[in-house]
Write a protein that binds this ligand. Structure first.
Ligand SMILES: Cc1cc2nc3c(=O)[nH]c(=O)nc-3n(C[C@H](O)[C@H](O)[C@H](O)COP(=O)(O)OP(=O)(O)OC[C@H]3O[C@@H](n4cnc5c(N)ncnc54)[C@H](O)[C@@H]3O)c2cc1C
Length: 389
């Protein structure tokens, strides 16, 4: 722990990356606080069910001593996949098999994952309602300012504030590249009531539908909600020029009917129910060869460092890996000073982030091609064969 001796560490952002890092540093007696913009821990957690991978997400949980907790809350049925075309004709159905194709990558909803991480931290570690706005150099660290008017001093700041990080510009001015794909995320609580047909169709698992170079994916969650994503190729300016009011579901439905002409009316249930909330998300990634000058009192992890489209299911996994690699670099004995430890971490992280970004962009090519469904079908059949199911 010598590098962090008497150092105050401020992690900005309490997503998977920030909370995991806090846990791992606390295990080594680090003096760490997490500053999170959410008002409190009860604020509804939206977002996808996550599948965690060997070597990244699962390894992080193991190092954090939280693997047993994870397996108490993971949801095997969430891995069950139905692959369809735009008219919900089923091409592949995991529900036909006793073994789940992707169970090697166990799934957990975000809310229980966040709870597991929060419950593992010392009381008071997360300072809620702390929306980072700016910081300036002070002594050998930073004076950090939040929207609520408060400020703190930290010797080491770690940006874990996600894809639109406000801390990242203090390290790098490299701008993200638009991937050519925009997605509309929709969240529906009490989905059985609001979208009974699509809810029943998923059978508690996931549905991935491909048609006409477009993709809709959705999954049901343990709290009875559905998250869906409507993904399509479009120019970067589409969102600003579309004029769609995403709080107005009639407008979103009208757009969907025009933009997804090959898709059947069954999908309209997602747009016509009064429980739905939409979030448009143009998909960006950082250049593969990004570099920045290492600082001794600032670094970044997770989406802040390597945002990417979600088509390989890697984002949260590499974010969790960043957490354990950084913790190891900071608390092990292999480096003489903080700057060298951070430089070593950043060099490897950029390579890992770039590899995951390449994977997701390659998957995008497949998923948004004319033969998206066939290619995904071949992929799942291969996995089945490999598992001898
Ligand atoms: C639709 C969709 C589906 C996805 N599916 C998957 C998947 O299946 N598998 C997978 O591995 N990944 C998936 N991802 C990617 C995954 O969500 C991210 O890679 C992951 O959440 C990154 O973790 P993080 O902790 O770096 O950032 P985040 O999860 O974004 O957490 C950042 C935290 O910082 C807080 N914050 C933001 N700004 C500030 C501020 N100014 N001050 C203080 N706090 C702030 C936020 O409130 C949040 O709590 C998906 C993403 C999307 C959009």
């Amino acid at each position: 722990m010598t590098l962090l001796e008497n150092k105050k560490i401020a992690i900005i952002g309490g997503g998977p990356a920030g909370l995991m890092l806090a846990r791992l540093l606390q295990i080594e007696n680090g003096d760490v606080s997490v500053y999170e913009r959410d008002a409190d821990r009860e604020v509804r957690v939206q977002g996808a069910t996550l599948d965690l991978h060997e070597g990244t997400g699962l390894k992080a949980l193991k190092r954090a001593g939280l693997l047993d907790e994870f397996y108490k809350h993971h949801r095997p049925v969430a891995s069950k996949m139905r692959l369809t075309d735009g008219k919900l004709n089923i091409a592949f159905d995991d529900h036909n098999f006793a073994t789940i194709t992707a169970e090697t990558r166990p799934e957990i909803d975000r809310a229980p994952l966040r709870d597991i991480l929060l419950n593992s931290l010392k009381p008071g570690t997360v300072v809620w309602n702390s929306h980072f706005v700016s910081m300036e150099k002070e002594k050998s660290g930073w004076r950090v300012h939040f929207k609520n008017g408060t400020n703190i001093y930290a010797d080491l700041v770690i940006a874990a504030d996600g894809a639109n990080s406000k801390v990242r510009p203090y390290l790098s001015d490299i701008k993200p590249v638009y991937s050519g794909i925009t997605l509309i995320e929709g969240n529906i609580y009490n989905a059985e009531k609001y979208t009974p047909n699509l809810f029943a169709f998923a059978k508690g698992g996931k549905v991935m539908a491909f048609d006409d170079e477009q993709f809709i994916g959705y999954g049901t969650k343990g709290d009875g909600s559905i998250m869906f994503v409507v993904n399509f190729k479009t120019p970067e300016e589409w969102l600003s020029k579309s004029g769609i009011d995403f709080a107005n579901r009639e407008q979103v439905l009208e757009w969907f009917k025009t933009a997804f002409p090959a898709w059947s009316d069954e999908w309209h249930e997602f747009f016509t129910n009064e429980g739905v909330h939409f979030i448009p998300r143009p998909q960006y990634y950082f250049p593969f060869d990004q570099t920045w000058e290492t600082q001794e009192c600032l670094t970044m992890i997770g989406d802040a460092a390597h945002r990417m489209p979600p088509y390989a299911g890697e984002g949260a996994n590499v974010a969790l890996r960043d957490a354990f690699e950084l913790a190891e670099n900071l608390t092990g004995n292999q480096f003489q000073d903080l700057k060298t430890a951070i430089a070593h971490f950043e060099k490897e992280m950029v390579v890992r982030g770039a590899q995951a970004t390449k994977d997701t962009l390659e998957n995008s090519e497949r998923m948004f091609s004319k033969t998206g469904l066939e290619q995904m079908l071949a992929f799942f059949n291969q996995v089945k064969e490999a598992h001898n199911v």
